[in-house]
Design a protein around this ligand. Structure first.
Ligand SMILES: Nc1ncnc2c1ncn2[C@@H]1O[C@H](COP(=O)(O)OP(=O)(O)O)[C@@H](O)[C@H]1O
Ligand SMILES: [Mg+2]
Length: 383
């Protein structure tokens, strides 16, 4: 088991397609993170934000161009990948087609001249954990996608590494299998307690699996936090929009007297929002963020925020219905009851609790009025 430390780590590739100018020259910039022993850390962010590059630097497959990577206190910059005691699982987990499942899993150990008995014992143990004992004699072509994925995991497992790196290992599986496998990986982690970095671009996967989540954008960490804190206290508009599904709605709001508002919506200001708006000087406008699940169809709404618009889309999902209404020039998504008595083209009024909204600076996109403890955790994340 291990504590992995990244300090001011950066990666600059000599040629980076589509990135010009010094400001955007780095694939990863100023990356700071220290894991706990046995922690499950998820890196999440849109394609190209630097997740794989970060993983490859931890594995030693790429050299960091700045900063320091330490494993259990030891600077690993001069340690070869094979000596780092790290096992990786990739999205494209090419199994050797001519080898049986057993030999696919045993291969790395045999290369290291591990005694035959021990190889056998480790492969069988991994196969038992992954429930693939009955497949050990098969060739990869005789396996389903999910079974192949298990073999790829097994191959990493038998090495009993001190760190697991998993880079989008479930992307090739269909949605249902992905949900099953993600629970299985979580169980596996609980059982083995190996420090794990897990990469995904899927915020649901990140939220369900990560003990801590690193949200990245353009090579930079935006926030490092628990799933709960990312949802409740996003530090900026990017994180707010990225975490949560469907995404948070953002309305550009004017500040007048004791309220925020714009075309088709208004929000009264209690002490919390007043204080948030006053932060760093008075503001005449801000972004008002409202999650779809915080919009409700209610008649009476004194003391509440309100918005109104024409329905453009109705999506019944079973337990809930997603409705999109045009408010001014913004399309707002609301998560409403399963059975709705509305039609496309109807005007719909919705209410929300001002205590549940998020405010963001109109220019910097930074969250306004975050409580001190969350401000501390986010500073820690980016310091
Ligand atoms: N070998 C490389 N040479 C040049 N640029 C690269 C190389 N690998 C990745 N990049 C660039 O670095 C950035 C981050 O890539 P990557 O780490 O693969 O992102 P992610 O895994 O988050 O999708 C991207 O802009 C990508 O184009
Ligand atoms: Mg990647």
């Amino acid at each position: 088991m291990a504590i992995v430390e990244l300090k001011n780590v950066a990666k600059r590739y000599d040629s980076m397609p589509g990135k010009k100018g010094a400001e955007h020259a780095n694939a990863v910039e100023d990356f700071n993170l220290t894991t706990k022993d046995g922690e499950f850390v998820v890196l999440v962010g849109p394609s190209g934000c630097g997740k794989s590059t970060t993983m490859r630097m931890i594995a030693g497959l790429e050299h960091n161009t700045a900063g320091e990577i330490r494993i259990n206190g030891q600077d690993v910059s001069s340690v070869e990948p094979r000596d780092r005691d790290i096992a990786m699982v990739f999205q494209s987990y090419a199994l050797y087609p001519h080898m049986s499942v057993y030999h696919n899993m045993a291969f790395a150990l045999e290369l290291k001249k591990t005694p035959k008995e021990e190889v056998k014992q480790r492969v069988q143990e991994a196969a038992r954990i992954l429930d693939i004992e009955h497949l050990l004699d098969r060739k990869p072509r005789a396996l389903s996608g999910g079974q192949r994925q298990r073999v790829a995991l097994g191959r990493a497992l038998v090495r009993q590494p001190q760190v697991f790196l998993m880079d989008e290992p479930l992307s090739n599986l269909d949605a249902r299998l992905r949900v099953g496998m993600r629970a299985e990986i979580t169980r596996l982690h609980r059982r083995l307690g190996v420090t794990t970095f897990y990469v995904t671009h899927d915020q649901t996967e990140a939220m369900t699996m990560g003990q801590r989540i690193v949200v990245m954008r353009d090579g930079r960490i935006q926030q490092v936090d628990t799933p709960y804190n990312l949802y409740e206290r996003p530090v900026n508009r990017f994180v707010a929009g990225f975490i949560g599904t469907p995404s948070m709605n953002f309305l550009q709001a004017d500040h007048h007297g004791d309220g925020l508002g714009g075309q088709g919506f208004s929000c009264p200001l209690g002490p919390r929002l007043q204080a948030a708006l006053g932060e760093g000087g008075q503001r005449s406008s801000c972004w008002l963020g409202i999650r779809p699940e915080h919009l409700h169809q209610v008649e009476e709404s004194s003391g509440r925020g309100r918005l109104e618009g024409v329905i453009e889309v109705i999506e019944p999902l079973g337990p809930v219905t997603m409705v999109q209404v045009r408010v001014g020039d913004t399309l707002v998504t609301a998560q409403l009851a399963a059975h709705l008595d509305v039609e496309i083209g109807d005007t719909l009024g919705l209410a929300f609790d001002p205590d549940q909204v998020h405010l963001f600076d109109i220019e910097s996109d930074q969250a306004l009025g975050l409580e001190p403890d969350s401000a501390a955790s986010s500073t820690q994340a980016t310091a």
